[in-house]
Design a protein. Structure first.
Lengths: 252, 252
DNA sequence: GGCGAGCTTTGATTCAAATCAATAAGAATC
DNA sequence: GATTCTTATTGATTTGAATCAAAGCTCGCC
């Protein structure tokens, strides 16, 4: 049953890994949605020269932890990463899920210390971009500087969307909105928008959306009963996209 | 009854306004917490040359609105500003309150369109910093670039703190946390940390914290009954700082 | 290929905060 | 200085999601 979709994802990952030694920003299939976006050929080469590619993270392995010295931001090349903060009383708050082509770690810039932790939800390859080098290069390449400002700004905007979701929307709306967000991000990578695998657990989903596992599970069941969704554990098929949209009750 | 505190604030505002023609980043009393932070004397002059100071906003007047073209970021010089987003169904979500020395508008960078609206909660003076000029200058002044990256990163971190607050904390904890945040921001400007005036309405507080007005009002009453707070409409006196901290149940 | 820990689902009950409702207190307007 | 409009408080009731409880699944690991 765990078929098509996971194969798609695994394939993407495998390609990224198998050819690690020859991957560069110029030939990376994600460069149109990742940091190199809007850069010229020669600029991409310069950017590429500061990017470091190390061996993939295994599921559960940390990319960085809260309080670690901040050195780099990271671009996801394959797999997916969960970012979270630990509250004073030891609980976790998931602050984001990061998919291929997305940048994480920017919250560490302000204090030279990571403000969150990042852990692989499945085998994941990342590009490490040392921030000192990126800053220097940005001063020389207006397009890069501009794009990096934009990326940080987008992170702010997205956090504000989440704030709004948590503050104003019901449990059902939150879950539907997350599904739409994930669907859109698969679509951006030319993968199916209606049939995908969730890399995170129900606990993570609930944590991210400010809900308990039980509530998330019930909502999936209910949506399945309404026939807008087919749920097989982490495998999701959206049967009625318009239905999900109207459940989300947001245009985003 | 509306005495000391509001006078303090009004005085600050008045000074900023009365001397508008001669205010510059070099002599601005806020320069140690605002954008010029960590800049050299001559660099400050350069920054100053791109900053525009216009006449103060009146209460209720907008600085920018969602969907407006993005041109500039803004530093609050006196008074206070509320930022909010409008949801598809027309409701508001307050995303932040901005006090003197704080920068707002950075969410507009990503799409060249403001992602939120900003409105004065009281008479407020702001410095407009055209983003195109700021970008250019940043490329020439590593410290400015670095500091602006830090400011954006701090905005991300603060949004994540709010996400955590909304997702994990009770109504009482949220209100206490907001009071502590405001108190700390007054303290940073060398004003009283225990006795201040809230520039925003109960509706705004509730909206920001994902609560109804009634809940906010009840919590203020309860805290007053517990004698950790003295509340006189918008005038707040923290009688037991440790008490508020323990109610907030967060270290921040 | 089977055992066990950790996920996921489903049901019953509780509870914190929303909603509904009314009054009171300020602020703005004439 | 009265009148209206907005903002804040307080109380009664409802409700959505949390909590408590108990199976049922999966998947990794021997």
């Amino acid at each position: 049953m765990t078929t098509l979709i996971s194969k798609q994802a695994q394939e993407e990952g495998a390609k990224a890994c198998a050819h690690d030694f020859q991957v560069n920003c110029g030939n990376c299939r994600l460069n149109s949605i990742c940091l190199p976006l809007a850069l010229e050929r020669e600029d991409i080469q310069q950017l590429d020269s500061i990017v470091q590619r190390s061996k993939p993270l295994q599921k559960g392995q940390h990319l960085y932890r809260e309080e670690d010295d901040f050195q780099s931001v990271y671009a996801v090349r394959s797999g997916s990463i969960k970012a979270y903060r630990t509250t004073d009383d030891g609980r976790e708050q998931v602050t984001g899920f990061y998919f291929p082509g997305e940048i994480l770690g920017m919250d560490g810039i302000s204090n030279n210390t990571h403000a969150s932790s990042a852990v692989a939800l499945e085998t994941a390859a990342v590009c490490e971009i040392p921030f000192a080098s990126l800053s220097k290069l940005s001063a020389l390449m207006p397009n890069l500087q501009g794009h990096f400002f934009q990326l940080m700004s987008r992170e702010i905007t997205e956090d504000q969307i989440l704030i709004t979701l948590l503050s104003k929307n019901s449990a059902d709306e939150r879950v539907a909105a997350l599904l739409l967000s994930i669907s859109a991000r698969y679509a951006r990578r030319k993968l199916s928008a209606t049939h995908f695998r969730l890399p995170m657990s129900r606990v993570d989903i609930g944590n991210y959306l400010g809900l308990t596992v039980e509530t998330v599970s019930r909502i999936f069941s209910r949506m399945q009963k309404m026939e807008v969704l087919r749920v097989d554990n982490k495998e999701i098929e959206i049967l009625d996209m318009q239905g999900v949209r109207s459940l989300a009750n947001i245009s985003a």
